[in-house]
Design a protein around this ligand. Structure first.
Ligand SMILES: NC(=O)c1ccc[n+]([C@@H]2O[C@H](COP(=O)([O-])OP(=O)(O)OC[C@H]3O[C@@H](n4cnc5c(N)ncnc54)[C@H](OP(=O)(O)O)[C@@H]3O)[C@@H](O)[C@H]2O)c1
Length: 342
């Protein structure tokens, strides 16, 4: 247990791919069990304390925050299939583990932030504040995408941008943020009625021309593609993309087909929302990024801890643009930098 003066946080992750991600912690078990058995057993597995996070240091104050990486052992597919109440119980158990360890704020990542009401119930049940990290994810995804197309000599203001999963929390907020920056927006989702609502909000945010579609193939005219669906399988195939397009894929698991990296070397791929963490951050666990880098949703929790802001932040189903701008500004203040590699 750490002293009260220490800034502390905990991040809740979960396996996306049953084989690959379980092997990061239990190589032998992942080798022995089939993906089907891993999905089944995940229901009975208790939360896991994966590692201690050290060395996250603010460039503004010089103060360090320490944290824990905890696993809620449900896979993404399992969480979508089960009743939110069952998922809440396990996420709450993981949150209580964070509290016992001394965390002062909890980040709910990936599908633990999507399930049910987006953190509201978990926030009510726990004695520490909660965030989903969505606000910083939105800010970083849009910044990384627009910077990457600019660096390829494509001016966003005269280009078409597409948002896949535009009806979701992250997708709709990204669409609103992109609205005044591009010539045309293509919004792709599964429900026309909801797409029409998002079209109204992006027009209000300053979009010039907006098209809506329920077919992902309709992103073919876009030089900028931002994808944020909750699909458990890839939805963007190589043949849907314009020559030289840049795709920022925020979704976990990824929305882009692995064939894009193999077949389309003209396309820029950004695994959206990655930041360089200030200080000498050591996550103590390989969650799939190079050392010193974190997903924006993880970074949001760290920024709030470094700021000493122990209040729930991005929870519920709507991402607010005022919070997107505020957390982006705080992240810059503490020295987090967008890691735009395409
Ligand atoms: N990288 C990061 O830092 C970070 C942070 C947080 C979340 N995420 C990831 O971002 C993604 C989105 O999160 P969210 O909170 O915005 O989820 P969400 O609110 O559930 O939104 C997902 C949206 O995707 C739509 N969708 C699903 N399949 C689709 C398809 N085949 N074509 C078009 N649209 C489709 C859904 O449509 P319906 O409404 O019709 O179901 C829904 O509107 C998730 O993968 C999550 O894990 C990443």
């Amino acid at each position: 247990m750490l002293g009260d003066h220490m800034d502390t946080f905990a991040l809740v992750i979960h396996p996306l791919d049953p084989k690959q991600d379980v092997a990061r912690k239990y190589p032998l078990l992942a080798n022995l069990l089939s993906p089907h058995l891993i999905h089944f057993l995940s229901r009975f597995w208790p939360p896991v304390n994966l590692s201690r996070i050290t060395g996250v240091r603010s460039q503004a104050t010089g103060k360090e925050a320490e944290g824990w990486l905890l696993a809620c052992p449900f896979t993404a597919r399992r969480m979508l299939q089960m009743s939110p109440q069952v998922a809440y119980r396990k996420i709450e158990q993981t949150g209580r583990m964070a509290q016992r360890l001394g965390a002062r704020i909890l980040g709910l990542l990936a599908f633990t932030s999507i399930v049910g009401d987006g953190g509201v119930t978990i926030d009510r049940r726990l004695g520490i504040p909660v965030t989903t990290g969505r606000s910083l994810t939105v800010a970083v995804a849009v910044e990384a995408l627009t910077e990457a197309v600019r660096s390829r000599g494509i001016p966003p203001e005269s280009s078409v941008a597409a948002v896949v999963g535009a009806t979701g929390n992250i997708g709709s907020a990204c669409a609103q943020l992109l609205a005044p920056m591009v010539a045309e927006l293509v919004l792709v989702g599964r429900r026309e009625s909801r797409l029409a609502e998002v079209r109204a909000s992006v027009r209000a945010a300053g979009a010039r021309t907006v098209r809506i579609s329920t077919r992902v193939e309709d992103i073919r005219s876009a030089s900028l593609v931002l994808s944020a669906t909750n699909a458990t399988r890839p939805v963007i195939e190589p043949e849907y993309l314009k020559k030289g397009a840049v795709v920022c894929d925020v979704a976990r698991p990824l929305d882009v087909s692995p064939r894009i990296a193999q077949e389309r070397d003209d396309v820029g791929l950004i695994e959206g929302g990655v930041l360089d963490v200030p200080g000498s951050a050591d996550f103590g666990f390989d969650f799939g990024l190079p050392p010193g880098k974190a997903y924006a949703c993880m970074a949001e929790t760290m920024v709030l801890a470094l700021e000493g802001r122990y209040k729930s932040f991005s929870i519920g189903k709507n991402v607010r643009l005022d919070q997107v701008r505020e957390i982006a500004q705080l992240a810059r203040k503490h020295g987090f930098k967008v890691s735009a590699k395409s």
